[in-house]
Structure formats: C-alpha cells, structure tokens
Design a protein around this ligand. Structure first.
Ligand code: HEM
Length: 75
C-alpha cells in the first residue's frame, strides 16, 4: 500500500508527503472506530485528506474483506 504502508501502519512512501498523514490502521484510533465508520471511510473517503472513497471501484464483498484485513492488523 503506497500510503498506509505494507503493514498498514501509515508509513507508506507516498504518505510521507501527505497532511494529514495516512492513518495507522494498526493503531488504537482505528481499533476504536466502529465497523460502520471504517466501511464509510473506505467507501466515501475522508474530506480534507488524501483519503479517496473506493465506492464504485471495490465491490461490497471486497470492501468487507478490507475491513476484516484492517481488523486483523490490530489483533
Ligand atoms: C484500498 C485502499 C485503502 C484503504 C482500505 C484505506 C483505509 C483507510 C481507513 C479505514 C482510514 C480511516 C482510519 C481511521 O479513521 O482510524 C483511512 C484514512 C486515511 N487514508 Fe486510507 N485507505 C486506502 C487507501 C489510501 C490511499 C491510496 C491514500 C493516499 C493517497 C490514503 C490516505 C489516507 C489518509 C490521508 C487518511 C486520513 C487520516 C486522518 O484523517 O488523519 N488511503 N484509510
């Protein structure tokens, strides 16, 4: 992952130039977010950040699989 990094820690090469930086998906902030909130961010992105929404590019199944993957990172 160019932004969030191979391990999802927000340390990807492209992320270094971004403000705010990509979220550390392995950290307590993301862990504290509900599944609905995380899915919303993946689908719709986050205004004011480089996080774009992937609605239309990812199927619902792929989006749910990404949620499970993100959750596995903070286990
Ligand atoms: C399929 C690919 C991606 C997934 C699944 C993903 C997932 C996420 C999630 C779940 C969050 C919210 C985390 C939280 O609030 O704790 C987030 C935030 C963010 N992501 Fe991504 N992301 C992806 C691709 C990218 C890319 C390509 C970029 C850079 C161009 C990026 C940059 C960011 C940024 C800047 C934030 C906001 C951090 C903040 O609000 O402080 N993401 N991402």
């Amino acid at each position: 992952m160019n932004c969030h990094g191979a391990g999802g820690r927000g340390d990807g090469p492209a992320g270094k130039m971004l403000t705010p930086p990509p979220a550390d998906l392995t950290g307590p902030k993301t862990k504290a977010k509900s599944d609905a909130e995380v899915l919303k961010t993946i689908r719709e992105g986050r205004a004011g950040t480089a996080m774009v929404g992937f609605k239309g590019q990812l199927s619902e199944q792929e989006t749910s699989a990404l949620l499970s993957y993100i959750r596995s990172l903070s286990k």
